[in-house]
Design a protein around this ligand. Structure first.
Ligand code: VGL
Ligand code: ZN
Length: 200
């Protein structure tokens, strides 16, 4: 593996695995693959969806709204989710079989009550930075391999922002699983391909 390559493991957390609050079908199945990939990478970053209770992306706080509907927030249209990845809960923890020992950075996102963050680079206003691009450039990490949950939300938004920022990006689809909300999987695969993301 090249010294300028980083493996970014997106949101492999209990709430995105079967039995979790926002379970992604087969989410747990990627864990052995991700663990193997971590063995062959020197630079490993984990992201963690990290919401305060009552987060604005939770349908429970919007009268008359159900999970998977959407709402207009100050930065645009936001899909509403079941309460998930609440700080302090079991669901926010990494999957217990995920080997986190090699992670050099754990990047938490979605901690501001009024704004969601799918991407590991920018929150959903596409302006507020998480600081990840600065970390990667300070460490001269220019090639990114992305895996995790969910393919069509946090993985795809991260991959698209990474391309916009000029990184070389590949997504290893066998180590990802999708939510597929209203065709979002196919749409985001097309968007990633069009943006020059290598889909492996
Ligand atoms: C995610 C929806 C809400 C993800 C996070 O990790 O893909 N999706 N929060
Ligand atoms: Zn979330």
């Amino acid at each position: 593996m090249a010294g300028d390559e980083a493996l970014i493991v997106i949101d492999v957390q209990n709430d995105f695995c079967p039995g979790g609050a926002l379970a992604v079908a087969g989410g747990n199945e990627i864990v052995p693959l991700v663990n193997d990939l971590m063995k062959s990478h020197d630079n490993v970053i984990l992201t963690q969806d990290w919401h305060p209770a009552g987060h604005s992306s939770f349908a429970s706080g919007h009268a008359g709204k159900a999970p998977f509907e959407s709402v207009e927030l100050h930065y645009g249209t936001q899909t509403l989710w079941p309460d998930h990845c609440v700080i302090g809960s079991e669901g926010v923890a990494f999957h217990p079989a995920l080997n986190v020992d090699k992670a050099q950075l754990v990047l938490r996102k979605g901690f501001r009550p009024g704004i969601d963050s799918y991407s590991a680079f920018f929150e959903n206003d596409h302006q507020t930075s998480t600081g990840l691009a600065g970390y990667l450039s300070e460490r001269s990490l220019q090639k990114l391999v992305l895996v995790g949950l969910a393919t069509d939300f946090c993985v795809a938004y991260s991959a698209l922002d990474a391309r916009k920022l000029g990184f070389e990006v590949s997504v290893k689809l066998d180590a990802c699983r999708a939510i597929d909300l209203g065709g979002s999987f196919g749409r985001m695969i097309d968007e990633m391909r069009d943006a020059g993301v290598v889909l492996a």
